[in-house]
Design a protein. Structure first.
Length: 288
């Protein structure tokens, strides 16, 4: 197996360097090539030990940025860094459809981020795009859920609650928007998140919580504490108030977690107490 991986790395690296186009990403044109190699061992990822994690670092060190390769190397070792039975119900942790991986090497002084990732082809590509700006800004934990994501946002939200209660830190909850089906508005949402949640802009969302002005901040929020597009910064107090997040077959339950808890303070930074139409108009400003 080791020889197989090394062979793949060398051949794909040569393939990329020989490419006529010399693109900056060196990833798109070799998707088909990589899929031919990767599909075979991806089936057997559960039998590959965490010790092979160093191969992923080796691939990065020689600038191998192929999308499929990076995706699968991030996930071939089926090694959750957490005991899922401590976090989830028996049904969920025994389903073998959830994996949690800590993505940040240097997490000192960074705000927590729980990133829900749907393991579809497009979901994993969205993950890579978003990690480019998430990891420099946050201490990122990826919660992977097998396609089609039958537990909706429960795995990532439940883990965020579990993590915040133990770390006692503010946390950004975010997910691979558009991973199940993609519309233009979802691209605008991701543009908005990247603009608002990175660099100095992120402090517009972090500081009101740190200064005890509010418990939750988001791009937009309604009078009923609905956080449009379901990404937000949250403190420990808010998670304690809502109590245990329960598994639900109704996806909108996860978008209305705070609706019945009037004691939780929410603040929409770009639009506060706005309805869905106004929230959408705000997002439309982020067309490219």
């Amino acid at each position: 197996m080791f020889i197989y991986f090394i062979f793949y790395i060398i051949i794909n690296h040569l393939y990329c360097n020989a490419c006529f186009y010399k693109c900056d990403k060196k990833n798109l044109c070799s998707d088909i090539f990589s899929s031919f190699f990767m599909i075979n061992f991806y089936k057997y990822k559960k039998h590959i030990t965490p010790n092979l994690k160093f191969i992923m670092n080796l691939s990065n060190s020689i600038c191998l940025n192929n999308i499929d390769f990076t995706i699968y190397m991030n996930n071939i070792y089926d090694n959750n860094e957490f005991n899922l039975s401590e976090i989830y119900s028996e049904e969920v942790y025994k389903s073998n459809t959830i994996r949690i991986i800590h993505k940040t090497k240097n997490s000192k002084n960074k705000i927590l981020c729980v990133f829900g990732v749907l393991e579809s082809d497009i979901g994993l590509k969205i993950e890579l795009e978003m990690l480019e700006w998430l990891t420099p800004n946050y201490d990122v934990y990826c919660v992977y859920q097998d396609y089609p994501g039958k537990y909706y946002e429960y795995p990532a939200l439940k883990f965020a609650q579990w993590l915040v209660e133990r770390k006692n830190n503010i946390c950004l909850y975010i997910h691979t928007k558009g991973a199940f089906f993609n519309k233009k508005i979802q691209d605008y949402i991701k543009n908005c998140w990247k603009n608002e949640y990175s660099g100095s802009n992120k402090y517009k969302y972090i500081n009101p919580i740190k200064n005890n002005i509010t418990d939750i901040t988001s791009i937009t929020s309604s009078k009923e504490r609905i956080l449009w597009f379901n990404s937000f910064f949250i403190n420990k107090k808010a998670f304690e108030i809502i109590g245990e997040i329960k598994l639900s077959n109704f996806r909108y339950d996860y978008e209305r977690l705070f609706k019945k808890h009037k004691e939780i303070r929410t603040l929409g930074i770009l639009g506060n107490n706005v309805d869905a139409k106004k929230a959408t108009n705000i997002i439309n400003r982020f067309k490219k």
